[in-house]
Design a protein around this ligand. Structure first.
Ligand code: NAP
Length: 243
């Protein structure tokens, strides 16, 4: 049995490790990051070429099962996989890590709404952690930004007044608290990514009295089968293998 594992997350790497070599798993990465953390086992890198390309790939490679363990905000690839698997009748599972409880965060529906919230509340020193594609909405906002991303955003998407911090998690509470204090941050802007790797910034923000603006997750395609943990996903794949 051959499994396509859509990845780019720690959970996807953990699932590949849990199944390899017992199950044939091909991990797929988008190819955005120049030196990605690689899972064990075979890996393909790069887009499939939309819905058509993915359909062709699944048929040509005789894929039996697809597990989508991409990031909760990777909505396009998730929609493509749900559509193609539905059309081909390929069993399909989404591994969606639980969302963070927003607590006292201001929850918004998009980067644009987050930018409006920063302006509306007069935040002046903002820790922006929505990733390289999340800076454009803040370009015209009159505030200073500490922008943390894995790879540099395009220069024409950046707000005028900013400092760029290139780094990759996981992060710890003490480091996050020090960063907020050092830069005298008054608001943290984050996606509701969920998971433990980047969660300490939320606790640090609470301790430091920093406001949190949290972008809510995009909805999953209707009717998809989901699990919350790597263990549940591994069990589901093994059950498919046994069946
Ligand atoms: P996206 O907007 O959902 O996808 C855009 C396009 O990128 C897709 O249409 C597909 O191209 C290609 N793609 C995305 N994930 C792929 C994968 N795992 N394998 C092959 N092609 C893939 O995705 P995104 O938000 O840019 O995320 C890209 C990757 O980074 C994902 O693997 C995701 O897990 C990871 N990631 C994303 C975030 C985030 O905040 N969005 C954070 C951490 C990690 P084609 O249409 O040509 O097939």
């Amino acid at each position: 049995m051959k499994v396509l594992l859509l990845g780019g997350t720690g959970e996807a790497r953990a699932l590949a490790a849990a199944l390899h070599p017992e199950v044939e798993v091909i991990s797929s990465l988008a190819g955005r990051v120049p030196d990605p953390a690689l899972p064990v086992g075979p890996v393909r890198i790069g887009g499939f070429g939309g819905v058509e390309g993915m359909r062709r790939w699944l048929v040509d490679e005789r894929v039996d099962v697809v597990v989508d363990a991409t990031h909760p905000f990777a909505a396009t690839i998730t929609a493509h996989a749900a559509q193609v698997c539905g059309e081909l009748g390929v069993p399909h599972l989404v591994l969606a890590r639980p969302a963070w409880a927003p607590g006292s965060a201001i929850v918004v529906g998009s980067d644009t709404e987050a930018a409006e919230t920063v302006t509306g509340n007069g935040y002046s020193r903002v820790f922006l952690t929505t990733g390289r594609s999340g800076t454009l909405a803040f370009k015209g906002v009159d505030a200073w930004f500490l922008i943390r991303a894995v790879t540099p955003p395009d220069s024409d998407t950046l707000p005028a007044d900013h400092e760029l911090l290139l780094s990759r998690g996981p992060y710890d509470y003490d480091g996050e608290l020090a960063l907020l204090r050092e830069h005298r941050i008054d608001a943290l802007v984050t996606k509701n990514s969920g998971g433990a790797m980047t969660e300490p910034k939320l606790r640090a923000a609470e301790s430091a009295g920093v406001a949190v603006v949290m972008v809510d997750r995009p909805a999953l395609p209707p009717g998809v089968r989901t699990v919350a943990t790597v263990e549940e996903a591994a069990d589901w794949v093994r059950a498919k293998t046994a069946g």
